[in-house]
Design a protein around this ligand. Structure first.
Ligand code: HEC
Ligand code: HEC
Ligand code: HEC
Ligand code: HEC
Ligand code: HEC
Ligand code: HEC
Length: 441
């Protein structure tokens, strides 16, 4: 009896420990993808260096204790305090984003996840070697989480089997004494399970709940960029430029009506005004000085270009995966959508740009109300299912484009057309806005 209680405690602890480990893994995975993956990969250098076993690299390299966490929070501060961090900061001319919001445990979760990633190069090599390949492949990317479930299930099964083994031995001693017929292992296990159904139920429940929690965490967090706001090399405020000074979005994002991308202005666009506007307060002057450094402008006297420019590397705020096709002009010109619908009211944005959570977007007058997190696939297709395309105009646009579509639908298939109109509107979805190939390469 005592032994079996011990075993059960052990089983429970194992399950809880694994649950803890794997939810930390899921957190590291999600954080890495949301914050670091634009520049870093585990095993390959990109904009930033590969991060595999980077903690070891730093401690081997003689970095100060804790310096690597300070680096992630604010690399400039770390480079100022630790010579090792200073040497890393010259790796490339691109500056890393600062992440003051990340706690030490979260940074460790990221590094733990990175260190657990198998090197694709060795996987390919093993795959080529033959039989081992299949096992290697299951460990890759999305396979890794399935792998976790299989492991967890196995551990549970082993524990159950081990416990039943102990019980069986004890019991068979008693049975021998009673000289009854030996029961088969299966019967034995079943009757054991029946007698211990409350235990089994209890631990089964823990197991199922742990799986559910982890599954939901995985689904809910990975790839979601809501409220993402990377730091920027220049503290460019949208409110002063678009609100107070009333500059049109297209003045700076000038390809938004013509192509799939909106574009980020070059420093020359800034200098159209900032040759004259150097700031009214010392604080403003300090911020605008960064613009001058980038442009190579010496504001002394009448002002002159020095020729020493320093390109500004703005960090991308809105990032869709490579397999997704999104087109601005389609939405802004053809669809007649306001920037506010997807980016919120930028004329009130005091700091640098961020991904606006859907709850905030919903509060803006004129926006379609949506429920899925901004920039997820759910968000795109929910709008496509909701957004109405008016005959004759969409949001005030009257160039006959939708008249033509309505006419064509009517002529092609009258009954389909009236089916579309059953709910009183034609949506983007009904025009093909839910076809995978429209959004995926
Ligand atoms: C905008 C791009 C960018 C993002 C986003 C970014 N990094 Fe970096 N990171 C860099 C660059 C570039 C370097 C190399 C240092 C340099 O040249 O300034 C670097 C260096 C590092 C280093 C030191 C690497 C080494 O080999 O010593 C660590 C650790 C690191 N980053 C962690 C992170 C983590 C963790 C995140 C996410 C929370 C992150 N970075 C997000 C660009 C980025
Ligand atoms: C004076 C130039 C200027 C004007 C005008 C301007 N922007 Fe920007 N915008 C920028 C710069 C510079 C950035 C990059 C810095 C940042 O991300 O905060 C940017 C970034 C953005 C981003 C995030 C880009 C990304 O990386 O995902 C969005 C969205 C955006 N602007 C929307 C707008 C909208 C909407 C308007 C009009 C209401 C507008 N902007 C007007 C200069 C401008
Ligand atoms: C239907 C939603 C939607 C509307 C409307 C919209 N955007 Fe975007 N915007 C996005 C998405 C999605 C991205 C990310 C695109 C990517 O990563 O390929 C983005 C990215 C951007 C960027 C970053 C640079 C780039 O081109 O990728 C800027 C700047 C921007 N938008 C400005 C604007 C402006 C200005 C308007 C209004 C004229 C506008 N957007 C209207 C969804 C929208
Ligand atoms: C159409 C003119 C115009 C353009 C273009 C322009 N600015 Fe400005 N900018 C202004 C004005 C006006 C101010 C406010 C100065 C004041 O209040 O006296 C300002 C203020 C600023 C400030 C100080 C903000 C603060 O917090 O006080 C920064 C930084 C800045 N601009 C950066 C940029 C950058 C970067 C670009 C190019 C992407 C740019 N500006 C393009 C007109 C412009
Ligand atoms: C706020 C609503 C809204 C959101 C959010 C939205 N769209 Fe759209 N989308 C529209 C409208 C309206 C149209 C119709 C334009 C037209 O008639 O071609 C459209 C059309 C499209 C089309 C062309 C469809 C066709 O039938 O030719 C594609 C592709 C597309 N969107 C991709 C995306 C992607 C990818 C996202 C998410 C990143 C997204 N959209 C988010 C409203 C939205
Ligand atoms: C209106 C645009 C749109 C349509 C239509 C669409 N997708 Fe997506 N899909 C997206 C976007 C945007 C993402 C990226 C979401 C993210 O990064 O969170 C995505 C991501 C995915 C992913 C990767 C999952 C992930 O979490 O990264 C798969 C798989 C996928 N889509 C399959 C499909 C299939 C199958 C269809 C057709 C039934 C489809 N998509 C139709 C926009 C669309």
């Amino acid at each position: 009896m005592f032994r079996s209680i011990n075993t059960w405690c052990f089983a429970a602890l194992t399950v809880l420990f694994l649950a803890g480990t794997f939810s930390a893994q899921a957190q590291g995975d999600a954080l890495f993808k949301a914050k670091c993956a634009t520049c870093h990969q585990p095993h390959k250098n990109g904009t930033g260096p590969k991060l595999f076993e980077v903690r070891k690299k730093w401690s081997d390299g003689g970095a100060a204790e804790g310096s690597i966490y300070q680096w992630v929070n604010n690399w400039q501060a770390a480079a100022g305090a630790d010579p090792y961090a200073q040497s890393v900061s010259t790796w490339s001319p691109t500056a890393m984003t600062a992440f003051p919001e990340l706690k030490k445990e979260e940074i460790d979760a990221i590094f733990d996840w990175v260190d657990a990633q198998p090197d694709p190069a060795t996987l390919v090599a093993e795959g080529g070697a033959g039989a081992g390949g299949a096992a290697g492949a299951t460990e890759e990317e999305e396979g890794s989480s399935t792998w976790v479930w299989v492991m967890l299930g196995l551990v549970f099964a082993i524990v159950v089997a081990a416990v039943s083994g102990v019980r069986r031995q004890l019991k068979s001693a008693v049975v021998d004494a009673d000289s009854k017929d030996e029961q088969s292992y299966g019967q034995e296990l079943r009757s054991w399970a029946w007698h211990n159904k409350s235990y089994i139920g209890f631990f089964g429940l823990i197991f199922v709940v742990a799986m559910l929690v982890m599954g939901l965490q995985g689904l809910g967090e990975i790839g979601i960029l809501e409220a993402y706001q990377p730091s920027q090399p220049i503290e460019f405020p949208h409110d002063i430029h678009t609100g107070v000074n009333g500059i049109d979005c297209k003045y700076c994002h000038n390809s938004v009506t013509k192509s799939r991308t909106a574009g980020i202005p070059t420093v020359n666009v800034c200098m159209n005004c900032h040759k004259q506007v150097s700031g009214r307060t010392p604080e403003q002057e300090e911020k605008i000085k960064a613009v001058y450094e980038a442009a190579g402008w010496n504001p002394e006297g009448a002002g002159s270009y020095t020729g020493k420019t320093k390109p500004i590397t703005w960090n991308k705020v809105h990032v869709l995966p490579d397999h997704v096709y999104f087109n601005h002009s389609q939405h802004v010109v053809v669809g007649g959508l306001d920037c506010k619908q997807c980016h919120g009211d930028m004329t009130k944005q005091k700091e640098t740009a961020r991904v606006v959570p859907v709850q905030e977007l919903n509060k803006i007058d004129g926006n379609v109300t949506l429920s899925r997190p901004t920039l997820t696939m759910g968000w795109c297709i929910e709008c496509h299912a909701e957004k109405e395309i008016h005959a004759g105009s969409l949001d005030g646009k009257k160039d006959g484009y939708y008249d033509e579509i309505h006419k064509r639908l009517l002529n092609n298939d009258r009954s389909l057309y009236s089916k579309y109109l059953e709910d009183g509107k034609i949506t983007v979805k009904e025009l093909g806005g839910w076809e995978c190939a429209k959004c995926h390469y």
